[in-house]
Design a protein around this ligand. Structure first.
Ligand SMILES: [Mg+2]
Length: 269
């Protein structure tokens, strides 16, 4: 089997999908994208794809290593997302060629069911509550929403109060019948992250995502409330980790929902 063509498809507003076709009629799909940089990643996919045309798609590790190590520059969110999307498509092809789900090739089924949360947009407390009410009617009981707008390195109590108002409104409206995570999106510097985490703790979020940027993981021990405060929310850090150097603190990733690349550069990263 040989790879014949790579085609990319934009799905507005920000998604990109890749179809890798072979000369035997089997096609695999991947999702090579970084939020807000879909066209940049797309260009990288097609540059990398030049090497793939005419190659055997079953040699996934061989191709991955060549794509990763074959250029002078390695790593970074753009190149790694491009390689990841290609990697997904190659595994998809292999699974289809062998007639098994890809999870059978990666160690087998682990879970029969998985708890999910529903993202809730908007920044106004009343708006959040109204949306959650609607999603509860659809059967969701776990949610995630924005923690705060951009914050200055040292910001005023008004900014803290504004962020707390949303969390408080959700708890007040629904009590402990709902669970929620809070996403800071890496918008908050370590000094304000420490304050926000402390102030939000009484509302018992399931987790706080990107309380600071992944590159600032060394601030976690200082930003997190002390262990004696037993309800400290887990901090989820690795959503943006995209190269072997970006995730040097795996212990911080216990609640992360993504497999991070290790220094050994797993081909499935
Ligand atoms: Mg996030």
């Amino acid at each position: 089997m040989k790879i014949r063509r790579l085609t990319t498809y934009h799905a507005p507003p920000r998604w990109l999908f890749l179809k890798v076709e072979t000369d035997e009629g089997i096609a695999g799909w991947g999702e090579p994208v970084v939020e807000g940089r879909s066209r940049t990643v797309e260009a990288a996919v097609h540059e990398l794809g030049e090497y793939l045309i005419g190659r055997d798609p079953s040699r996934i590790n061989d191709l991955w290593q060549t794509l990763y190590r074959g250029g002078f520059y390695r790593g970074g969110p753009v190149l790694m997302s491009a390689i990841a999307g290609i990697d997904q498509a190659l595994w998809d092809i292999k699974g289809k060629a062998l007639g098994v789900p890809v999870y059978e090739l990666l160690g087998g089924l682990v879970r029969d069911r998985m708890k999910t949360y529903r993202w809730v947009g908007g920044d106004r407390p009343a708006e959040l509550v109204e949306q959650i009410r609607g999603y509860l009617a659809q059967g969701f009981d776990t949610f995630k929403f924005n923690g705060t707008e951009e914050m200055r390195l040292v910001d005023s109590p008004r900014a803290i109060d504004s962020a707390l108002a949303k969390v408080a409104a959700v708890r007040e409206a629904f009590g402990d019948t709902v669970d929620f995570g809070i996403d800071f999106h890496g918008r908050v510097g370590a000094p304000m992250a420490r304050v926000l985490l402390r102030e939000m703790e009484p509302y018992k979020p399931l987790f706080v995502e990107e309380p600071v940027l992944p590159e600032q993981a060394e601030y976690y021990p200082r930003a997190l409330p002390r262990p004696a405060r037993s309800h400290s929310p887990p901090a989820s850090a690795c959503i943006r980790a995209s190269s072997s150097s970006a995730c040097s603190r795996p212990a911080a990733c216990r609640s992360c929902n993504r497999t991070c690349p290790t220094p050994a550069a797993s081909p499935n990263a």
